[in-house]
Design a protein. Structure first.
Length: 257
């Protein structure tokens, strides 16, 4: 087992580092540094492409996350309760769907969403993908289906309006996520991308560049590029632009299904 492919186990990490290819960038090193491994040089190359924001930015961003998520949870509590009642009346319990995703530094986290599928839909998905080649190819590409027969009537509305993601405000308050950042990835979704190290260096967000650029209409490679761009350019102005664009993205519903 090589150092590049071993599974990290420290601090609950589940992300497998992808293999890196290509020659490392030349660097001026002394005689004692010539024995550095390819992985160390590659890590320096990735770090050099990521510009760090001001030293106060992380603390300010976390303060905004805590205050913002708290206010939203209080102000939107009637809506949250109403959605929960609608789900329970249509398909019963549970109301929330807990999904495992990659969090900061590759640690496994549980993201909360309102349940939009019928309970036990995982088994129906496997049967659907076995019997429908077109659906299988679409799911392998997007990890979701545009016309998913497992979706409930309430769930269809929640998906198109992005209201199914409101419970993630609790994830933000608990420090698992941020209001703005790369959307959380499936556990094995970034294994083929060397950009994973940079993307996973920040908390995933409820909204981000991918979210306001077409969402599910954007292929995975483009999504990774957008998230890498966010990590490289993140700061107050970019966060403000994303926050403003989020309202338009939610209203238009582009790529939301």
């Amino acid at each position: 087992m090589t150092e590049e492919s071993h599974r990290r186990t420290q601090s609950g990490r589940v992300y497998s580092a992808p293999p890196r290819s290509g020659p490392p960038r030349r660097a001026a090193v002394g005689a004692t540094q010539r024995g550095s491994s390819l992985e160390q040089l590659s890590d320096r190359r990735v770090a050099s492409r990521v510009s760090l924001p001001s030293t106060a930015y992380p603390a300010v961003k976390r303060f905004v996350d805590v205050v913002g998520s708290s206010l939203f949870l209080v102000l939107l509590s009637p809506l949250l309760i109403g959605i929960g009642v609608a789900i329970a009346l249509e398909t019963g319990f549970p109301i929330l769907y807990r999904c495992e995703r990659l969090g900061q530094h590759g640690r496994k986290m549980t993201a909360l969403k309102f349940r939009t599928m019928r309970d036990g839909s995982h088994h129906h998905l496997q049967e659907l993908l076995r019997n429908d080649e077109e659906a299988r190819l679409e799911y392998e590409k997007n990890r979701k289906l545009r016309d998913d027969p497992r979706r409930t009537r309430v769930g269809t509305v929640l998906r198109r309006t992005s209201l199914d993601e409101l419970p993630q405000l609790w994830n933000v308050l608990m420090g698992h996520m941020s209001l703005i950042g790369p959307r959380p990835y499936f556990l094995n979704e970034l294994e083929a991308f060397p950009e994973a190290t940079a993307i996973l260096s920040v908390r995933p967000g409820i909204t981000g560049l991918w979210q306001v650029s077409g969402r599910s209409n954007v292929p995975l490679e483009r999504r990774v590029a957008l998230d890498t761009q966010y990590v490289r350019e993140r700061g107050y102005r970019l966060d403000a632009r994303i926050a403003l664009r989020t309202f338009g993205a939610v209203i238009s519903g582009r790529g939301a299904y």
